[in-house]
Design a protein around this ligand. Structure first.
Ligand code: S3P
Length: 748
């Protein structure tokens, strides 16, 4: 009857002669209709207490024959029980006279423990040919006439197999659902019932209850008359089959009551906010919910963070193009993270303008929402944060997911080490490979309880309620992230925290803390602060990100006739390595309209085409240009002679090993280079096109897109979705300037 084909292929269903559907309601009839629509060659049999429904099914052409459970059961290879959960036992008893080992039986019940108990009562155990399941699809409609052949397409079906199930039985049931276009997942019975209590049973409970409550009121006619979209959307499912739902609540009582308890706590919190006119608390709950709902929507539409990792975008950068115009690149990533963090920990309101709406900084923003901070926006770069004070964060319900962002994980590690509650920090596949020992070590010296996974990698688990003490810490590497992590933990530490860096790194944390009224003393390489003060919220203007501007600085420098102005770019002295290096190579860059906003210097950068020459990059510039090297390598490939980089081993632990990733791509294009441990030599000259891999690293992707301006052929760049982490409108701005890059989505 069945073959042992793997669950991923629907072929095993081809060997099934007869499928019996017991219970020809909307769910069962949709299976029948779907199978017919998919061209299933076997016979579809049905059994139902209601003879009329069976007649209708046959006249609709979705079933071939019907009869009693026993008669039909005798002819079937595969049986799908589609009756309300509490009726399953009776159906199984009716099947016992014709039961045999070669049969396979499954069900569609919304609760699984109760169905398993019914099975055990009839057979004494779960037979190895019974595989329970539940399609997560439905409709408030009922009856055979509501049959929908595409009801299960692109929906999940959860199977809850037992360890004793025969694999071919599981595979046959899986292939049934796959044939109907569904994705098959498997989980334990208990987990299924817990999850469904929250995601399905509780919403049905609320919808039934709300409609019933309103319907009891005298003026109900009027209420329904004026009830508009909100009522209709919220209560659609209250039109569902009452018998089925009675059975669900009888069968999954415990899990539903647990879910209801949690819900009541949530209602009490919101009620309390409304009662006490606590606008901030309401905003916090509503904005968290609103963003979670949008997040859910993007999950459904396959465009979430998670699916972003699977989505593969390839850039095709055509050879040649122009670089001309006046643009403002998005806000600085480092400052955007810090503005949210300090704004959340401040007393009062912080309005941020110029915020980078990239995935990295949005993940930071969402993490604070998870910890109870009310945040409005972002709306065209404006974010309003209702600070909760240094000690006002709340324990998040689950791990905090920071996506691709090393900055977020390391800075969060510092500030979470000082909280009263436990937290876990997780990230995407790239972040999971990056070293966190560099922040775990100093935090432990401060008294933090923090664990990492093997090899000092994420996730990080941070135990709250620890008394931190200030330390005097010499950074083993030039890293603004580690420096900032220690300083943020220092806010919560007893006494003085001092950090000494081996070379200057970006100092936005120090500047911004001072801007928030929290004194940080900076004497040469040493930053010092005292724990225990407060931060004061206020306006922050985030300038355009010099790390994003860098792609166009190089683009204009290497493109004949280029003339470009990049507006309002942050030119903090700890970030201008890229300008210094390019100027040393002969670039024509002038700084216009220099002024200061909120403690950070900014300028319009005017850049024109120039003949570049190779140089030995001064080592003291390396930390000041640390994120700009991928595109500086492209500048070097377009310069006359050799450019030599040393002292840049940190590049190997960024979003990718940037020395190797660039070297591999340059090899494809035919750019001469030699890799060493802490750097690279690159010889400028003519180069071609080809297919290069960004390894999911946003800056590698954008660097090779710039390279195409002078390549002899198209450069295709794989795995570019992560450009959205730092520069969501890169393609749009590049096109506006005259570069010719298109993006293609594929399922690689
Ligand atoms: C950053 C510091 C740098 C940089 C990163 C942002 C920051 O990392 O590469 O993109 O915002 O502090 P390191 O501190 O690890 O060098």
């Amino acid at each position: 009857m069945t073959s042992a084909a793997p669950a991923s292929t629907p072929r095993v269903l081809e060997h099934t002669d007869s499928i019996l559907i017991i219970g020809l309601g909307m769910i069962g009839a949709s299976i029948a209709a779907g199978l017919k629509a998919q061209g299933f060659k076997g016979r579809i049999l049905a059994s139902d207490a209601c003879h009329d429904e069976l007649e209708v099914g046959r006249s609709m052409g979705i079933i071939d024959a019907f009869g009693s459970i026993e008669a039909m059961g005798r002819e079937a290879d595969l049986i799908v029980v589609c009756v309300p959960v509490l009726a399953v036992e009776q159906v199984l008893r009716a099947l016992t006279p014709v039961w045999h080992d070669a049969l396979v039986l499954t069900d569609v019940g919304s609760t699984k423990a109760a169905v398993r108990e019914s099975v055990c009562r009839v057979f004494g155990h779960v037979p190895d040919n019974v595989v329970l399941g539940h399609p997560i699809a439905g409709s408030e409609k009922s009856g055979v006439k509501a049959a929908n052949p595409t009801l299960y397409a692109n929906h999940n079906v959860i199977l809850t197999p037992e360890a004793t199930n025969r694999s071919e039985a599981f595979e046959l049931v899986a292939s049934l659902w796959q044939r109907l276009g569904a994705q098959v997942l498997s989980m334990s019975v208990e987990h299924h019932d817990d999850v469904l209590a929250r995601t399905s049973h509780l919403p049905h409970f609320l919808a039934f209850s709300l409609v019933d409550t309103l319907a009891r009121q005298d003026e109900r006619l009027e209420i329904f008359q004026y009830a508009a979209g909100g009522f209709r959307d919220f209560t659609r499912i209250a039109g569902s089959d009452p018998v089925m739902w009675r059975d669900v609540f009888m069968a999954n009582k415990t899990a539903v009551l647990d879910a209801l308890d949690e819900f009541e706590q949530g209602v009490a919190r919101l009620r309390c906010a409304v009662e006490s006119s606590d606008g901030d608390a309401m905003l916090s709950i509503f904005s968290r919910a609103s963003h979670a709902r949008h997040y859910f929507e993007t999950l459904l539409n396959q465009s979430s963070y998670q699916s972003m990792e699977q989505r593969s975008i390839t850039y095709r950068a055509q050879a040649g193009g122009a670089v001309e115009g006046r643009i403002r690149v998005p806000g600085d990533k480092s400052m955007s993270h810090r503005a949210i963090m300090l704004g959340a920990l401040a007393d009062g309101v912080t309005q941020v303008d110029g915020f980078l709406e990239g995935e990295d900084s949005l993940a930071t923003l969402q993490a604070f929402r998870e910890m109870g901070v009310a945040i409005e926006g972002p709306d065209q770069g404006r974010v309003v944060i209702h600070g909760v004070g240094l000690h006002g964060l709340k324990k998040p319900d689950g791990p905090l997911y920071v996506g691709n962002s090393g900055t977020a994980m390391r800075l969060f590690a510092g500030l979470l080490a000082g909280q009263e509650f436990d937290t876990e920090l997780t990230g995407d596949a790239s972040l999971t490979k990056r070293p966190m020992g560099r922040v775990v070590d100093p935090l432990r010296l401060m008294g933090a309880h923090i664990e990492s996974a093997e090899g000092g990698r994420p996730p990080l688990t941070i135990r709250g309620g620890q008394a931190l003490k200030g330390i005097d810490y010499e950074l083993p590497m030039a890293s603004a992230q580690v420096k900032s992590c220690v300083l943020l933990a220092g806010l919560y530490a007893d006494g003085e925290t001092r950090v000494t860096e081996p070379a200057p790194t970006r100092d936005h944390t120090e500047r911004m803390l001072n801007g928030f009224g929290f004194a940080v003393d900076k004497q040469g390489p040493v930053a010092t602060l005292h724990g225990g003060g407060t931060l004061r919220g206020g306006p922050i203007d985030v300038p355009a990100d010099i790390s994003s501007a860098a792609f166009f600085l190089v683009a204009a420098s290497i493109t004949p006739n280029a003339d470009l102005v990049l507006e309002h770019v942050g030119i903090n002295p700890t970030r201008v390595g890229v300008i210094n290096i390019l100027k040393a190579m002969g670039a024509d860059i002038t700084l216009e309209n220099q002024h200061e906003v909120g403690g950070e210097p900014v300028a319009d950068l005017h850049v024109r085409h120039a003949r570049l020459k190779g140089i030995d990059i001064p080592e003291d510039q390396v930390p000041l240009a640390i994120d700009e090297f991928p595109v500086l390598f492209i500048a070097a490939a377009n310069a006359e002679g050799m450019t030599r980089l040393r002292g840049a081993e940190e590049l190997r632990v960024k979003e990718s090993d940037r020395i190797q990733a660039m070297a591999d791509g340059m090899a494809v294009l035919g750019i001469e280079h030699t890799v060493v441990d802490d750097g690279i030599d690159i010889v400028g000259g003519k180069y071609g096109g080809g297919v290069v891999d960004s390894l999911g690293d946003h800056r590698i992707a954008m660097a090779f897109a710039v390279a195409a301006l002078n390549a002899s052929e198209t450069i295709s760049i794989r795995d570019c979705a992560n450009v959205a982490t730092s520069f969501p409108n890169f393609l749009e701005l590049a096109e506006r300037l005259g570069m010719r890059i298109s993006a293609e989505e594929s399922d690689e």
